[in-house]
Write a protein of this length. Structure first.
Length: 214
């Protein structure tokens, strides 16, 4: 079987890789052996041409005309995204409505990692568990944060966000996924990924509107 050579990956393609991995994971679980580019495209809402171009950037087996080998592509994207051996430790700060929803879901698709523990300041929540995840007092963050934890999820009011980030800096957290409507000031060693639901909804509405006008 011909093996596809790997090229330098454009940033636009990298952003789509997690979508492909999720689709391939579903196909792999269903026992699908081969898949066409248009089928992956339909699952990810991406054109077949874009799928074919993106697949050129990962090492896999298969030919476009005969279909792609699901197992080979699944392994290739796992390798590219680092999810084949990764078990990232994540902490959650804030156990309100959003935080509780994240805890009930917990495990990230494709087994990238999971929330090890959560933190809050509400005495009624401290010492309890949600989906087998313990909830600690935020004041005990330094003592209870899991060793080698690299990601923190923030689901807290914007007023206290900088104070919380200050506590995370010495713990060597590398990235923050921020569900708060507040934006923390920039730190050199921490990357902040803002999850702005209002922005996402507005983009979807705008997309609907432009399609209706086309």
């Amino acid at each position: 079987m011909e093996e596809v050579k790997v090229k330098a990956v454009p940033a636009s393609s990298k952003k789509r890789f997690p979508l492909y991995l999720r689709a391939l994971s579903q196909l792999h679980q269903r026992g699908i052996v081969r898949v066409m580019s248009y089928q992956i495209g339909n699952m990810c809402n991406i054109s077949a041409d874009t799928v074919r171009r993106d697949f050129m950037y990962v090492k896999h087996k298969g030919k476009t005309a005969a279909g792609y080998e699901v197992e080979s592509l699944f392994a290739a994207f796992n390798e590219e995204l680092g999810t084949n051996t990764s078990n990232v430790k994540i902490i959650l700060i804030g156990v309100g409505n959003i935080g509780q929803g994240l805890l009930k879901y917990n495990y990230i698709p494709s087994h990238i990692g999971k929330i090890e523990c959560a933190y809050d300041v509400d005495p009624s929540k401290i010492g309890t568990m949600i989906n087998n995840v313990p909830i600690y007092d935020l004041s005990k963050l330094k003592q209870t944060c899991p060793e080698d934890c690299t990601i923190a999820i923030l689901a807290i009011p914007k007023e206290g966000i900088d104070d919380v980030v200050n506590r995370l800096v010495p713990l060597k957290i590398k990235a923050i996924i921020n569900f708060s409507d507040g934006i923390p000031r920039k730190r050199n060693n921490i990357v902040v990924h803002q999850v702005d639901l209002a922005k996402i909804v507005s983009e979807i509405v705008y997309d609907f509107k432009t399609k209706e006008l086309a």
